[in-house]
Design a protein around this ligand. Sequence first.
Ligand SMILES: Nc1ncnc2c1ncn2[C@@H]1O[C@H](COP(=O)(O)OP(=O)(O)OP(=O)(O)O)[C@@H](O)[C@H]1O
Ligand SMILES: [Mg+2]
Length: 481
Amino acid sequence: MFNSIRTKLTVTYLALILAVMVLTSFFLLNILEQYYLAYHSETMNRAANLVSEFSSGYMQGTPDIVTVSNLAEDFARQIGSRVIITDQRQRVVGDSLRVGGLLGSSLNREEIAKALDGERGETIQFSEQSNQWVMQIAVPIKVEGTTVGSVFISSSLSLIYQVLEDVRKFLQIATALAILLAAILGTFFAHQITVPIESLTQATEQMARGDLNQRVRVRSKDEIGRLATQFNHMSGRMQEMTRQLRDFVANASHEMRTPLTSLNILVKSLREYPLDVKEREEFLADIDMELERLIHLVESLLDLTRLDRLATDDTMQAVDIVPTVVNTLDMLRSRAENKGIILRYTVPTQAPPVFVVIHQIKQVVFNLVDNAIKYTPSEGVVSVVLYQEADQLILTVADTGSGIPAEHREKIFERFYRIDKARSREQGGTGLGLAIVKEIVSRHGGEIWVEDREGSQGAKFIFTLPLAASMYENLPVIKKT
Ligand SMILES: Nc1ncnc2c1ncn2[C@@H]1O[C@H](COP(=O)(O)OP(=O)(O)OP(=O)(O)O)[C@@H](O)[C@H]1O
Ligand SMILES: [Mg+2]
């Protein structure tokens, strides 16, 4: 039970509130007590001084105890305390308490002794007799600078302690109420927090078991709401990725089945039928072609898998790609010539460096020009242009072939997508060439698209690569001043 966030949160709340209330009560009561006592002492002191002033006139010679007691009684009535007046030998010469008073007796108290020494005496003590806390104050009575007696006032502190007791009770009730309220609110908020976490945990458990179709309800816009939204994004993305992977494997297997079936038939025929040398050569040539097709497919699949890996071993370098482009075009020249196609190119002698994995750029150029040659009939022209525009390098591959109808322009970059399946397969195509190209270009921060050729028939592929210098400039950590 103590492992649940709900309990931990509620208990923490309660402990915190209890601690705050206890500390506050302690300090508040202490301060109030100090304040009240100081105030009471001040009032009593003033009263004592007043009595002292008034009585000094009656204290010369032998004081008249009736007059002095009347005076004490008058003041006692006004301040609600007992007032006693003594001569300089501590003998009581006036007492506000007429019946049972101390008139005539000697009052040996430390406050009075202090007052007779010319100072002020003050004590607070619990009186067993009246069963309450009392404050006793004594001040000297002076006549022309000599102490002739003392005024002693004893006042009850029960009102002060009653008020303090009331405040203490009030604070106790407030603490109990605060704890009750905190327990209710704490449980409510803890519930608000733990319910979505609970459903997230359940959904995650289901996902761990392989059921990716998990979505949780987003109940708020706070951190937990954001977590729920991100969870839904994640599970959606995982579902999509799994679907893509499944489709990819299905497509790849399907693509392999065709050449494998042909190979199977060819090999069986070679074995089972008596064939002359020429026929055998033809069969072997077919086997060769199907094998080439399989190898091309597997190589393309491997290229894509390598590109799909998040971290590749390939390191990027800032290089001038002109020599690589020219080199690749030279490699393809004989293929174009064999098909009666003219391969032209316009490239500068050198270009500003771009940040690339050079063999991947070679593959991009190869695949685009290979397509252009493949899908252009003989007598056609394939032209390649490389130039710089603003902070990027642009390479275009244009041909005079059939072109790409608008409805296919987005899709041809998808894996295994071919406009005319039969024709592409006839040419040994897998439908992966442009998918590889797109993946490489976007990994390099560039873009690729296809356009109509202006004014004539054919396709024009265009791809861009940001210049290395512009990439440095765009680094977010380096501020330009
Ligand atoms: N220059 C082009 N002219 C006309 N159609 C093209 C051109 N380039 C690509 N295509 C179309 O786009 C499809 C996809 O091209 P992609 O390069 O991905 O595959 P492929 O050429 O069929 O196979 P692979 O490149 O693996 O040998 C091709 O099948 C073709 O229909
Ligand atoms: Mg291709």
